[in-house]
Design a protein around this ligand. Sequence first.
Ligand SMILES: Cc1cc2nc3c(=O)[nH]c(=O)nc-3n(C[C@H](O)[C@H](O)[C@H](O)COP(=O)(O)OP(=O)(O)OC[C@H]3O[C@@H](n4cnc5c(N)ncnc54)[C@H](O)[C@@H]3O)c2cc1C
Length: 345
Amino acid sequence: MQRVDYIIVGQGLAGSCLALRLLMCGKKVAVIDEGNPHAASRVAAGLFNPVTGKMPALTWMASELFSSLAIFYTEAEKYTRTSFYHPMPVYRPFISLAEQYAWMEKATAGEMDAFIQKIHHQQAFAEEVTNPYGGIELRQCGYINTANFLKAVKKVVAEQGIFMDEAFRESELRLASGYVQYSHLEAGKIVFCTGVSCIRLFDFVPIRPLKGEVLKLQSSHRPQCIYNRGVYVVPEVWIAGATYTKADQTCAITGAARTQLERGLNALIRFPCTITGQDYGFRPTLPDRRPVLGRHPQYPHVYIFNGLGTKGVSLAPYFSAQLLNYMENGVPLNQIVDVKRYIFR
Ligand SMILES: Cc1cc2nc3c(=O)[nH]c(=O)nc-3n(C[C@H](O)[C@H](O)[C@H](O)COP(=O)(O)OP(=O)(O)OC[C@H]3O[C@@H](n4cnc5c(N)ncnc54)[C@H](O)[C@@H]3O)c2cc1C
């Protein structure tokens, strides 16, 4: 038997942020991941943006989440000696003068000051984006190159702990009092970060897969912003996304998504780029649109970290810290995200 402090099952954004935090505070960690190429974290564009939604508003807990992510990814880059964190403004063109006025009013309320770089009353970045009514330039935004991030975490886990490139078999997990056993591992705790894959131990948590599709692009252009209106275009990783479809649970790309994204792209950007591919994945969402973390009601060594939904890049750094503090120091979780909310239903 090999003794570790933690086994983490699943190395998407949730498992990666948690594993890295545990390594950074000297814990011995084993990570098990089957490398699903359509896991949300492998398909994601990696965008983080504090102002989202059809009726754009400041995202939930924006100031806490966005300051946590900037510190975490900067430290993570140093720790893994890899580059993946790219702060960059997001520019959202207005679709009418009425929208421009509405934003000017919103801006005077002051609550978004930390996130608004500038309101452009006339077209800006005109060689790159269609924006006849101007637009809003947002700060504290950018993207994570998730492929590089996941690779870097996998490497550092393999160097400092144990990485098992395989499917986790729940039937082989032994839950003893005071520890858990799996394969050749004995651990103080096990944390499930498996995204939309079902784990029987947590079958009372109503994870709902929300399908998303993206286009892969190629371009030699170096845009000044991430442009976002209907679709977003993330440079370097060159991803345009994304669709949101609950009804379609098929494991395949679709012509409908291609048409929708291509239309959005043509209406938005003016610099040359070519579509080179398309991909799909499933976001792990919950009915209340909040993450889920915490301890199993019967097995005190078994934990969950899931439900990152559409915003894994910005939620995972903050809530991995909260889960770590809970597991190591008994600091209570924010009740809104605690798995206890699903226990007595
Ligand atoms: C098309 C699309 C675009 C997106 N764009 C963005 C974006 O721009 N910004 C943003 O913040 N979010 C985005 N998201 C959402 C984001 O990807 C998710 O919030 C996040 O990736 C969820 O991370 P996770 O680690 O919880 O789950 P996942 O990424 O699904 O990771 C789960 C991991 O567990 C592993 N696993 C599962 N079961 C087992 C098992 N039995 N044994 C071993 N391993 C197992 C899988 O291989 C996988 O690696 C997007 C999602 C999609 C689908």
